[in-house]
Design a protein around this ligand. Structure first.
Ligand code: GLN
Length: 476
């Protein structure tokens, strides 16, 4: 029996090297385990055994020939269903793309596979990544593997669940306003949102392009850093992807954080539930014990973040989702003989309620007469939110904060009130609006055993420092 659920990238490497298992055996074990676990969580929308086994055979062939299969050689990986995989159905959690087979791979997927990673399946998510609980998927919600009556978080709930339940060693999600950090926190694993532009968005289905990131989940900081390093770096196919050289992140995991200056924003502790606040405060004490200096700071524009984010993301979504017209992609409705009727029926039948709500909100804030009052103003406030961080990082190495005001909530608990659901993103969207790297690292569990994550935010392209701090905290 291969202990798939306990593996890390380095134990996969060791196991292959010591011939405890072959890549094909490990892949079979992961696929069987995923098929057995899936009825409990609904985390995978699809497994891709042919592609996975072909890749695993290739890894075994390389090993037999004495070649290095790459940093992710033989590692089972789940990929969120908003990330394109050539020849493998990609639905975005939407009925609109129920039968969509992409003609190309996302750059992130291409790089993961070139590094020896094994794509074992596509993971469930909120429709077009819009949501905070994974309850907006057209294919049913995902259950939190830690507490099956609760949500795994969203929108990358499936990708978080597969790593938490152990059917994949690492996974890819997407983070626009917290969709990797919040599910990581709810499921007790590590989730990393890199600097905007650090990883190519080519092949990531666009939700809000100025905020979208491809982002990894893992069971420890080192694995997350390894996956990011594989994916990061210039891509001529995405002009917003940065050319800055990619550091060797693992080399920075020294455990040494003595003298690091950390800030904890007063605005972020205001809404946190008692148990979450207590765990964050305990983390502060532990970080001080490691030699960090922690002080309170203020990020005054935080109060406007929710409104700003939901104006900008809806505006961008309404424009990005205009392409689903029944002509260029799948999902065409057969019910009308006129072109505009076909558009209307296609979009009426194909999109779920939350997606329609956001398209309408976005169309409204971009419309003549409201554009200046909402969209332009939101862009100005976005600049203020960024400025808060720029100022803070003049004298700080990192900011620490909760990820979410509360731990995983019950399925259905927030579905009737969209504003309440939006408010759950309060601590994650600020970093997204500023485009800075941020991550969630487990910091403890509540009395009921629900995981809580600590958020670490650093300045643009300071991922090394963020990983160093998170790794030292993880070792504590
Ligand atoms: N919950 C946020 C939203 O619905 C964030 C989603 C995301 O990061 N993809 O927009």
């Amino acid at each position: 029996m291969i202990p798939v659920a306990q593996l890390t990238i380095s134990s996969v490497r060791e196991g292959l090297k010591n011939k405890e298992f072959t890549a094909v055996e490990l892949t079979r074990a992961a696929l069987d385990f995923a098929a057995a676990e899936n009825p409990k969580t609904n985390a995978y929308l699809l497994l891709c055994p042919e592609r996975a086994l072909a890749a695993a055979e290739n890894v075994d062939r390389q090993l037999a020939a004495g070649e290095d299969p790459g940093p992710l050689g033989g590692v089972p990986i789940g990929v969120k269903d908003v990330i394109l995989t050539k020849g493998v159905r990609t639905t975005c959690g939407s009925k609109m793309l129920e039968n969509y087979i992409p003609p190309y791979d996302a750059t992130a997927v291409e790089r993961i596979e070139a590094a020896g990673g094994i794509l074992i399946g596509k993971t469930n998510c909120d429709e077009f990544a819009m949501g905070s609980s994974n309850e907006n998927s057209a294919y049913g919600p995902v259950r939190n593997p830690v507490a099956p009556d609760r949500v795994p978080g969203g929108s990358s709930g499936g990708s978080a669940a597969v790593v938490a339940q152990g059917t994949a060693v690492v996974s890819l999600g997407s983070d626009t306003g917290g969709s990797v950090r919040q599910p990581a926190s709810f499921c007790g694993i590590v989730g990393v949102t890199p600097t905007y532009g650090r990883v190519s968005r080519y092949g990531l289905v666009a939700y809000a392009s100025s905020l979208d990131h491809v982002a990894p989940f893992a069971r420890n900081v080192r694995d997350a850093a390894t996956v990011l390093e594989v994916m990061a770096g210039r891509d001529p196919l995405d002009s917003t992807c940065a050319a800055a050289p990619v550091p060797n992140y693992a080399a920075h995991l020294t455990g040494e954080v003595r003298g690091m200056k950390l800030g904890i924003p007063v605005e972020y502790m205001k809404h946190a539930s008692g148990e979450t606040a207590a765990l964050i405060n305990r983390s502060v004490t532990e970080l001080e014990g490691l030699g960090c200096e922690v002080r309170e700071i203020s990020l005054p524009a935080t109060d406007y973040a929710i409104a700003t984010y939901y104006i900008i993301c809806c505006a961008e979504a309404s424009s990005n989702l205009a392409r689903y017209d029944g002509v260029r992609y799948t999902g065409r409705s057969a019910k009308s003989d006129t072109l505009s009727g076909m558009y209307q029926n296609t979009r009426g039948e194909g999109f779920g309620a939350e997606v329609k709500r956001r398209i309408m909100l976005g169309t409204y804030v971009l419309s003549h007469g409201y554009y200046d009052a909402y969209y332009v103003k939101a862009q100005k406030v976005r600049a203020l939110i960024s400025k808060d961080f720029t100022r803070a990082f003049e004298s700080l190495d990192a900011i620490i904060a909760p990820v979410s005001p509360f731990p995983a909530f019950r399925l259905g608990e927030k579905m009737s009130d969209p504003v309440e659901m939006y408010l759950s993103d309060i601590y994650t969207i600020t970093g997204s609006l500023a485009g800075i790297p941020c991550m969630s690292v487990p910091c403890g569990t509540t009395g009921e055993g629900l995981p809580v994550g600590l958020q670490i935010l650093c300045n643009h392209f300071d991922e090394q420092k963020m990983f160093r701090l998170a790794d030292a905290f993880e070792r504590r």
